[in-house]
Design a protein around this ligand. Structure first.
Ligand SMILES: [Zn+2]
Length: 349
């Protein structure tokens, strides 16, 4: 790196390869072969390392005869951030989608460019962000409300049908099953012995709603105080056998139906966890980045910890970026045992 910046070349190059947005505004990547300079996160194909020279800022790159990249606008980092934050504030206070053209005009950008800038920061288009926000608010309202319909209207949806449409494709119980502590829902459960100790499995007719270790039916009753809890049952036995097999032989969990709930963000994290293959681990930062919110590392950790269905949503495959185990709701011994079963590396402690 040129003497004007404190970031070592190796670190800068790693940031470029990772398209790490956290480095945007801290240096620019000059590409000598093309004569342009980029922000570290530029989505364009990576140049060859030999053609790259790092500069502290755009001025330094321009002094060396380079031009700013038209795709990533490396000189607009601060302006982009202000524009995105202003748009988020406007959408949050409006509580509904705002016209892209209006949001862009406020920022002084063209609609296409503003959509790209917004997506770069949030992982979503402004319209999708507004929809996710409404779904999240609906989920929060539902968990504390008596009436599904009332919660839907309070969250700003025009009617129940639109609510269901917005929730399609999400993990989650039908709204009637997750209001009122599970009132009207039958939950079948069993505690079984496994190589990891006593394991509680509970399911509605939609899928597994709780998998935990060292927990009995009284904990289940606290979680679903108004559900009808039934121990065992013939239909449940078949599902239970699949669950036990998936815990003992990792990798066979994909087909098991789940019945879980969370905010839109939590569910995005849980879906991402399900994409981690057995035998591999990810860091909290990688999960946050994968759901399009690279700044939300702590929130990703919380969403990981809020997982109600251990193993089937493999939150044990998330470790600290330094390779140490991090936390686990049922203790690090079980986390390590699960990782060992999957043939992953020993991540230490
Ligand atoms: Zn670029």
């Amino acid at each position: 790196m040129s003497a004007t910046t404190a970031i070592a070349d190796d670190e800068a190059w790693s940031a470029v390869l990772a398209r790490d947005r956290a480095f945007d505004g801290r240096f620019v990547t000059g590409v000598l072969s093309t004569g342009i300079y980029c922000r570290p996160s530029c989505a364009a194909r990576h140049p060859r390392r030999a053609n790259v020279r790092f500069f502290a800022d755009g001025a330094g790159a321009r002094a060396a005869g380079l031009r700013p990249c038209l795709r990533c606008s490396p000189d607009d980092v601060a302006r982009d951030e202000r524009a995105v934050l202003a748009a988020i504030a406007a959408i949050r206070s409006a509580g509904q989608p705002l016209a892209l053209a209006d949001l862009a005009a406020q920022a002084g950008y063209s609609p296409t460019h503003f959509q790209r800038v917004f997506a770069r920061h949030t992982g979503l288009s402004p319209a999708a962000y507004a929809r996710a926000l409404r779904a999240e608010r609906a989920a929060e309202a539902l968990s504390g409300e008596d009436s599904v319909t009332q919660a839907i209207y309070e969250a700003g949806f025009s009617g129940p049908s639109r609510f269901y449409a917005a929730n399609e494709g999400r993990l989650g119980m039908a709204p009637s099953a997750w209001v009122n502590g599970g009132a009207g829902v039958t939950i079948r459960w069993a505690v079984v012995d496994t190589s990891l100790g006593a394991m509680l499995v509970a399911a509605t007719d939609k899928g597994v709603c709780r998998l935990s270790f060292a927990e009995g039916p009284e904990a289940l009753a606290r979680r679903f105080p108004r559900a009808e809890l039934v121990e065992g049952g013939e239909d449940f036995a078949a599902l239970l056998a699949q669950v036990v097999a998936a815990v003992e032989a990792p990798g066979s969990a994909a087909h098991i139906p789940l019945d879980v709930r969370g905010t839109a963000f939590q569910e995005a994290v849980w879906r991402e966890l399900q994409r981690i293959p057995p035998g591999e681990t990810r860091s909290y930062a990688q999960i946050a980045a994968a759901v399009g919110k690279p700044g939300a590392v702590r929130a990703a950790g919380s969403a990981n910890g809020a997982n109600n269905v251990a193993v089937l949503i493999p939150c044990h495959r998330v470790v600290r970026s330094d390779g140490s185990l991090g936390g686990y709701a049922y203790g690090l011994a079980i986390k390590q045992a699960l990782l060992d079963k999957e043939g992953g590396r020993d991540v230490g402690g």
